[in-house]
Design a protein around this ligand. Structure first.
Ligand SMILES: O=c1[nH]c(=O)c2ncn([C@@H]3O[C@H](COP(=O)(O)OP(=O)(O)OP(=O)(O)O)[C@@H](O)[C@H]3O)c2[nH]1
Ligand SMILES: [Mg+2]
Length: 200
């Protein structure tokens, strides 16, 4: 089968790397927004992960006339009533991972170990210029540590501890993270339906 081509509508280099790895087995080649000069920034004006992913995917698909997948994701912390959620990238400073991590630790400073449960969530939306749409979700449960551990990954990964590995996501290899991450889970669900979707 000839190679198929899609655009991953993300400006986040950490996500872009994970998508390239996850799509590699599917004979799908990937471009990201970094490969396009002229595209405007798409404002994430939705109130849910699915709305924001749909906004990003639909806008970029119309502008490029190509099939597009968008990922809207974030960290959902139980003791903070679900914060930072859809605001994860802009919690403290806009895409300032260090400031976001500091704010998270400050907010949880009085919260004991037993109440530091959290989950990462991803909603993926895949659309074609003809409007054919596929939506999948993935989550992974963990806990927020009190200090960062590890250098890999991005975002909140150094604070997000996963019981099955007894490691933070930033201590995992990319392969380990992809095997259990919210994004890996959502994308594997999408890939099961990808061939059918592609034909429609
Ligand atoms: O430690 C992390 N490991 C992950 O695996 C992960 N996935 C998401 N996040 C956080 O949630 C925001 C998404 O916001 P988001 O979906 O709007 O993406 P983004 O703005 O970074 O890029 P784009 O895809 O919108 O261009 C990100 O910036 C991160 O703060 C993660 N943190
Ligand atoms: Mg964003």
């Amino acid at each position: 089968m000839s190679s198929r081509h899609i655009v991953v509508a993300t400006k986040n280099p950490g996500k872009a790397r994970e998508f390239r790895e996850l799509f590699a087995s599917k004979n799908v080649t990937v471009q990201t927004l970094a490969d396009f000069d002229q595209l405007p920034t798409i404002e994430e004006t939705g109130t849910t992960f699915e709305e924001n992913a749909t906004i990003k995917a639909t806008a970029i698909s119309k502008l490029t006339n190509l099939p597009v997948v968008a990922d809207d994701s974030g960290l959902v912390v139980a003791a903070l009533n679900g914060e930072p959620g859809i605001y994860s990238a802009r919690y403290a400073g806009d895409h300032d991972d260090q400031a976001n991590n500091r704010k998270l630790l400050a907010k949880l400073s009085a919260v004991p170990d037993s109440q530091r449960q959290a989950a990462f969530h991803t909603t993926l939306v895949l659309v074609k210029p003809n409007g054919n749409k596929l939506v999948t979700e993935g989550t992974v449960d963990g806990k927020i540590l009190t200090t960062p551990h590890g250098e890999n990954g991005f975002g909140y990964d150094p604070l997000f501890w996963v019981p099955a590995f007894n490691k933070t996501m930033a201590e995992m290899t990319d392969e380990e993270k992809n095997s259990i991450s919210h994004r890996g889970r959502a994308l594997r669900k999408m890939l099961v339906q990808f061939d059918d979707w592609w034909e429609k």
